[in-house]
Design a protein around this ligand. Structure first.
Ligand code: SER
Length: 318
């Protein structure tokens, strides 16, 4: 990897991944692709090139790839699960139409492509605990439908045209730089914001609902390590289960309370998000990622909680 285009560079993952790629590959062009209305600002804008790249516009993707001699595309454009339920056509247009545009440009101009999949690519028919790498994927959400289709399409382009597509199935991602928007796992981000602001938290997900979660630094490392992995060792491509922690709202609440004893939470369950969460796995088995490319998370719930609280306190003190 040397010259990289990040599509969706101002989103929750993109805003941090672009900066990490710029630090990791200081001599390369790491291009922050954005859409109108979500332009990069501050350090993201000032530390490297940026360009308007709307994933639904294949010409814009091709122009960026040619201009900066791009060898790897990170395709991070997507609607998250709860939003996608309300805007299914747009979710398909971005998730699959956009991926098709990206893969076609990658085929013609010879780029590798990373497109994240998700715990949402599984549905209620998959084993809930220790969900295997290869199992039934029959999601009941539009988000999941686009993710499974994206995995299949990416594998097809690898097999048929030799495009180097690779990816991981991300758990809910917890971070303090850019908030997520409209996901089912967002509560596990919002809860930290409430704790640091001294607010009572209304949890939209019910007690005993377990989902895989991951701290952003581990997720960023996974996104880079999979693209740098030795291809000889990869049996799978799209997409690898990765995991680091699984908890329900009560467990994360109690953990935060250890550090913020006055913090209070009650439940106001959102039926849409709850139905989505109920259809997802409790905990993925990430053995294949560990064996094939050495995946290993660094943060557990305690380490993440200490870091989130510290970083958010600094953020709000500014
Ligand atoms: N964080 C995503 C969502 O909740 C899951 O991959 O939509």
């Amino acid at each position: 990897m040397k010259n990289v285009l990040v599509i969706g560079s101002t989103g929750q993952i993109g805003s941090e991944l672009t900066m990490k790629l710029r630090h990791t590959y200081p001599s390369g062009n790491i291009v922050a692709g954005y859409i109108k209305g979500a332009e990069p600002k501050g350090e993201l804008l000032e530390s490297g090139p940026s360009m308007e790249v709307d994933i639904t516009n294949a010409q814009q993707i091709a122009d960026a790839v040619k201009k900066y001699d791009i060898d790897t595309i990170y395709n991070l454009a997507a609607l998250l699960s709860a939003v996608a339920e309300n805007k299914p056509l747009l979710a398909w247009k971005i998730g699959i139409g956009g991926l098709m545009n990206t893969l076609e440009v990658a085929r013609e101009l010879k780029c590798a492509v990373f497109t994240p999949s998700s715990i949402g690519s599984f549905g209620p028919n998959a084993p809930k605990d220790g969900t295997p790498q290869d199992t039934i994927q029959q999601p009941r959400t539009m988000y999941g439908v686009t993710k499974v289709s994206g995995e299949l399409l990416s594998n097809y382009y690898a097999l048929k045209f030799g495009v180097d597509t690779r990816s991981v199935r991300f758990p809910g991602l917890i971070s303090y730089v850019t908030p997520p928007g409209g996901g089912t796992t967002d509560y596990a981000v919002d809860i930290y914001y409430a704790a640091v602001r001294g607010e009572r938290f209304k949890c939209p997900i019910a007690k005993d609902t377990f989902m895989d979660m991951m701290y952003m630094p581990d997720a960023l490392r996974a996104a880079i390590e999979i693209m740098e992995a030795d291809p000889e060792k990869l049996v799978h491509r799209n997409s690898f289960n990765i995991a680091s922690m699984s908890f329900d709202p009560e467990i994360i609440y109690q953990k935060i309370k250890q550090y913020v004893p006055e913090f209070e939470m009650d439940y106001e369950v959102d039926p849409l998000r709850q139905a989505i969460a109920d259809s997802w796995p409790n905990r993925l088995d990430d053995t294949c990622a560990r064996l094939e490319w050495g995946w290993k998370p660094e943060y557990d719930l305690d380490a993440m909680t200490r870091d989130m609280l510290e970083k958010l306190r600094i953020k709000f003190a500014k």
